[in-house]
Write a protein that binds this ligand. Structure first.
Ligand SMILES: [Cu+2]
Length: 399
């Protein structure tokens, strides 16, 4: 039994301070089924955590932190050979943690895949046998590498977020699922379902699911990763109210972040986007699925987004009258009034997430507010005009 990849991991870890060890057990099989919203029952081959949820596509999302030593033990409970292949870190989008030629796990056998989680980001894993058939049968999922220490940051030392979504973009060909192509006999791929995390249609508007984006804390960033495991080009279109910026591309931090209204993804790419909604609203992020080669637009999905300001004031219009920039903030806040700046002094109050007053200051509307001394966290800022009336109240994030 070849185990040189384990030795490499051991040798690597010997030269480093003790790395936290994160272990997973996965089971591969071909005995899953899924009932699609149109009533079709389709077979699923896939990965599951033993004793956990049944086999499903995508497989369980494996969450580790940068710097972790990761060991994934994969047991093949099926009747066919499978592999476990995790795609790239850093600029290497091809593979990581195992030989370039995936280790084949025969039925009844277990293989251990060990790697060092070297860069924050989302990566996909899949079975690479009879590529792309086993992947299309459902044998794919995401591995999320959080920033060092498991912090909610797009990358270690990078922008913070308070909520995250992870989309795996793919498609399902009903015929392929019902009659998996045999070796050397690849029937034409003609997808019937265009999916985000295995879901389509109404499910993309369900805020209880893991696709539709709901945020009730104004101005706090949401992190969205988009990983392309499918055929053909993907185009992701963000509505303006999200102020989307690309912060990670295939495990590589984007400094400075690049603002994005339309993103192109080719197969295997994974992009991390910070969404910084600035106003209330309901809209959707659209995903275009193009056919390989001829680039015909196969389908457009719309995943719902809902942004609800959360404000301590009861004056509904107040939330939009001022923007607090930047958010998240490191040292100074600037107030940008959307209509007209108040005349005279304004009073600024900052409350901690626990509701304690941490700062009270009278300033002129064009003056910066120093927040250097505040600890990292969520704060609420309240502004009163000279007459004592609250003219703005907004949440911000101190990094
Ligand atoms: Cu397989």
């Amino acid at each position: 039994m070849k185990s040189w990849y384990i030795w490499i991991a051991l040798i690597l870890s010997a030269n480093l301070p003790a790395q936290p060890l994160k272990t997973f057990q996965l089971m591969a099989s071909e005995d899953g089924t899924v009932k699609m919203p149109d009533g079709a029952n389709l077979p699923v081959w896939g990965f599951q955590i033993p004793g956990g949820s049944p086999v499903a596509y995508p497989g369980p999302r494996l969450v580790v932190a940068e710097g972790d030593s990761v060991r994934i033990s994969v047991y093949n409970a099926g009747s066919m050979a499978h592999t476990f292949h995790l795609h790239g870190f850093g600029s290497d989008t091809s593979n990581n943690g195992e030989p370039v030629n995936p280790q084949i796990i025969q039925p009844g056998n277990t293989s251990v895949f060990a790697f060092w989680a070297s860069a924050t980001g989302d990566y996909f894993y899949h079975c690479g046998l009879q590529n792309p058939v086993h992947g299309q049968m459902g044998m794919a999922g995401l591995c999320t590498v959080l920033a060092a220490g498991g912090e909610k940051r797009a990358y270690t030392g990078g922008p913070q977020y308070f909520k995250d979504y992870h989309w795996l973009l793919g498609e399902i060909d009903k015929e392929w699922r019902l009659n998996p192509p045999q070796q050397g006999n690849l029937s034409p791929f003609s997808p019937d379902y265009f999916v985000i995390n295995g879901q389509y249609g109404d499910a993309l508007g369900d805020y209880d699911g893991n696709v539709a984006i709901f945020t009730a804390l104004d101005q706090l960033p949401v992190y969205l990763t988009l990983t392309h495991f499918g055929a053909g080009r993907r185009e992701v279109i963000f509505p303006e109210i999200l102020s989307a910026t690309v912060v990670v591309r295939n495990g590589v931090p984007q400094i400075p972040a690049v603002s994005a209204d339309t993103l192109d993804l080719s197969f295997g790419e994974s992009i991390g986007v910070i969404l910084q909604p600035i106003i209330n609203g309901e809209d959707s992020i659209r995903v275009n699925y193009y056919a390989p080669v001829n680039e015909v637009l196969w389908h457009q999905n719309a995943a719902a987004i809902y942004i609800q300001h959360h404000s301590a004031t009861s004056e509904a219009e107040v939330g939009n009258s001022v923007q607090i920039l930047p958010n998240p903030v490191i040292d100074f806040l600037t107030l940008q009034f959307n209509v007209s700046s108040p005349k005279g002094k304004i009073e600024v109050e900052i409350f901690s997430g626990a509701g304690d007053l941490v700062l009270r200051q009278d300033i002129s509307p064009d003056q910066r507010i120093s927040v250097q001394r505040l600890a990292t966290g969520i704060y609420f800022l309240k502004i009163r005009g000279e007459n004592g009336r609250i003219i703005a109240g907004q949440t911000f994030f101190k990094t």
